[in-house]
Design a binder for this molecule. Structure first.
Ligand code: PMP
Length: 373
């Protein structure tokens, strides 16, 4: 099997599963129980949280465990809107955002908030002049993905933060789900950051919302005592330790992994460019982990299933997208055909040169076959 759908989810690392299993067996107590089993669990939770903070170089930030990035995104958007409604009712996002941002914005719009979509340039970068034009005294939140899930465009978050900083009542949220473990992140550049464990060889069902300690938001989930006042419910200790392990395995190796994936990306892109009906949609601002392309006159599903028959797994676009048409790709290319025909290869550091060579070979066979039809 060749698994090139790592932006949809990664295959959990054995070492992460081991940590999960050991925590289940050895730490059965509820973190908030007063007896010794509870105290033992609480100590482990503190150890894991401290370790996560250290790995991510967090000091003035608070870590809130969530079920994943969707919950983290919902928590920030709804939490800010509920808390700061009197300050303003304006939010700015980009057309490259994941459905967990877009759908939440649609909901908020129905509740009376005004959502503006900042323009992106030809290379996929946020148009800073448009952001300056849109932001105003009523803007309470700007939410931008560090790296989007379809084209893999890496945004210039520092430049965005500079604009937001001129508006003290406005916060910057960064959806870092496709960025964590792939690029270095400076948490001083943002007020909130969302991520998910399953994109970094962790378990499904755990994510983080990282929040500047001094910012107060309203809760999304009310309930019993947890590890954070912002999210009720019994802390899922095995998921928390497994997230710590996943981060521990990936964060120190970001640079080496990036170089390796860059090498794989070059071979793949050079291979794809040989075919005249292939259009590479990723731009020079895309990170090497994501290669988005279209094949003229070929339905992406047809191509993906043909690859699947050879045990090669890629995807049409984001696995969580709510339609076949990509608003993200349309925003960059302004072309309906490209927006409805994109195919995504998403790599991870565990992919190999052999896999890439095999992919290129099989791609050629399938391309020729489909073109003859
Ligand atoms: N944001 C981005 C950019 C994503 O790629 C994803 C997952 N595809 C999410 C949010 C949602 O993550 P989760 O599946 O953990 O809820």
């Amino acid at each position: 099997m060749i698994y090139f759908d790592n932006s949809a989810t990664t295959i959990p690392d054995e070492r992460v599963i081991e940590t999960f299993n050991k925590t289940c067996v050895n730490y059965p107590g509820n973190v908030n129980s007063l007896h010794s089993l509870g105290i033992k669990s609480k100590e482990l939770e503190k150890y894991a949280t401290d370790k996560i903070k250290k790995l991510l170089n967090l000091s003035s930030e608070e870590v809130i465990y969530t079920s994943g990035a969707t919950e983290a995104n919902n928590t920030v958007l709804k939490g800010i809107c509920s808390r700061y409604r009197e300050r303003g009712n304006h939010i700015i996002v980009s057309p490259l955002e994941h459905s967990s941002i877009i759908e939440t914005c649609n909901y908020l719009e129905r509740k009376g908030f005004i959502i503006d979509y900042v323009k992106v340039k030809d290379d996929g970068l946020i148009d800073i002049d448009d952001l300056k034009r849109l932001i105003n005294d009523k803007t309470i939140l700007v939410s931008i993905s560090y790296v989007d899930s379809e084209l893999g465009i890496r945004q210039k978050i520092k430049d965005i933060k500079k604009i937001v900083d001129d508006y003290p009542k406005c916060y910057l949220h960064v959806d870092g789900t496709q960025a964590i473990g792939k690029i270095e992140i400076d948490f001083n550049d943002m007020d909130f950051f969302s991520m998910s464990g399953h994109k970094i060889f962790g378990m499904k069902g755990i994510g983080l919302l990282i929040k500047k300690k001094n910012i107060v938001i309203d809760n999304l989930i009310h309930g019993g005592k947890s590890s954070s006042v912002y999210r009720g419910g019994t802390p899922p200790l095995p998921l928390i330790t497994s997230l710590m392990r996943a981060l521990e395995l990936i964060i120190p190796n970001i640079k080496d992994n990036y170089r390796h994936v860059e090498e794989l990306n070059k071979i793949l892109v050079d291979g794809l460019k040989k075919y005249d009906k292939v259009h590479i949609n990723s731009t020079d601002r895309s990170i090497p982990y994501i290669i988005n392309f279209s094949i003229e006159n070929i339905k992406p599903e047809t191509f993906i299933h043909a690859m699947e028959e050879k045990e090669i797994y890629i995807s049409t676009r984001s696995a969580c997208s709510t339609s076949d048409y990509s608003k993200a790709i349309y925003a960059v290319y302004g072309d309906d055909k490209i927006a409805s025909s994109s195919i995504r290869i998403s790599l991870c550091y565990k992919n190999t040169l052999e896999e890439v060579k095999k992919f290129t070979e099989v791609f050629g066979e399938i391309y020729s076959k489909l073109m003859l039809k």
